[in-house]
Ligand binder design. Structure first.
Ligand code: PEP
Length: 258
């Protein structure tokens, strides 16, 4: 973390979990613990249908609600999809783009990620752009090349001020939902590499302003060590964000004055 230059952001990714009544029970359990979390921003990305309800439930807090995906077109014949304007109008502030599950199951590519990033920023949403390598790619020692490629394409065509609003989540695929976490050193090294890629593209001032999260089995036990890495500015958290106490423990680990 480096609070002098950028925000620490803890974001939950609920994936396809929790009904509205379960969301209500979660909010009732989390809100009394939430406090002001002055040193970090907190986001919950929830299924699209529950965004309006979640926005209402957390309206008297500083926790922001986000979507888990969006389409890049403004409207049209795309059954089952939602636009960035739809997300924005119901109160979302963030949207996850290019999660590895979307890439794996729904043919999301680096090029569609780039289009979605443009659409989100134009609508005033902050995109949380996921990048990360598979185990095979790590073993073949192509992690840095692959991440460079993913980041360059995701950010293609953005202005400096747009890039400052992008959050990058480094999520090694082999660590997502597996209970296997990258070591703090492994995660920190890739996050530093990502900042280096942004530096080459947009210069040092922009690079140091971008929030780069780690995601992949982050939990109450390992969060502090991961967040102690200078280039890890928060987390994108799946499983552990589903339990209010676990999510709160991660928020507390991040909510430290640097
Ligand atoms: C994720 O889905 O973005 C994620 C990091 O999941 P988990 O924390 O469960 O590994």
């Amino acid at each position: 973390m480096n609070l002098k230059y950028r925000k620490t952001i803890i974001a939950g990714n609920w994936k396809m979990n929790k009904t509205l009544s379960e969301t209500r029970a979660y909010a009732e359990a989390l809100k009394p613990q939430l406090g002001k979390h002055k040193w970090c921003e907190v986001v919950l990305c929830v299924p699209a249908v529950n965004i309006p309800g979640a926005v209402k439930l957390f309206k008297d807090t500083r926790l922001a609600i986000g979507g888990e995906n969006c389409h890049y077109e403004a409207s049209g014949a795309f059954t089952g999809e939602v636009t960035v304007e739809m997300l924005k109008e119901v109160g979302a502030k963030y949207v996850i783009i290019g999660h590895s599950e979307r890439r794996q199951y729904y043919n999301e590519t680096d090029l569609t990620v780039n289009k979605k990033v443009h659409a989100a920023l134009e609508a005033g949403l902050r995109p949380i752009v996921c990048v990360g390598e598979s185990l095979e790619q790590r073993e073949l020692d192509v992690t840095e090349e692959l991440i460079t490629y993913q980041v360059k394409i995701a950010l293609a065509g953005l202005t400096e001020s747009q890039v400052r609003r992008v959050v990058i989540a480094y999520e090694p695929i082999w660590a997502i939902g597996t209970g296997k976490t990258a070591t703090a050193e492994q995660a920190g090294a890739v996050c530093s590499h990502i900042r280096g890629v942004i530096r080459k593209l947009y210069g040092a001032r922009v690079a140091r302003a971008v929030t780069i999260q780690y995601g992949g089995s982050m939990n109450a036990k390992n969060a502090a060590e991961l967040l102690a890495q200078p280039d890890i500015d928060g987390g994108l958290i799946g499983g552990a964000s589903l339990k209010p106490d676990d999510f709160m423990a991660i928020i507390n680990a991040a909510n430290q004055e640097a």
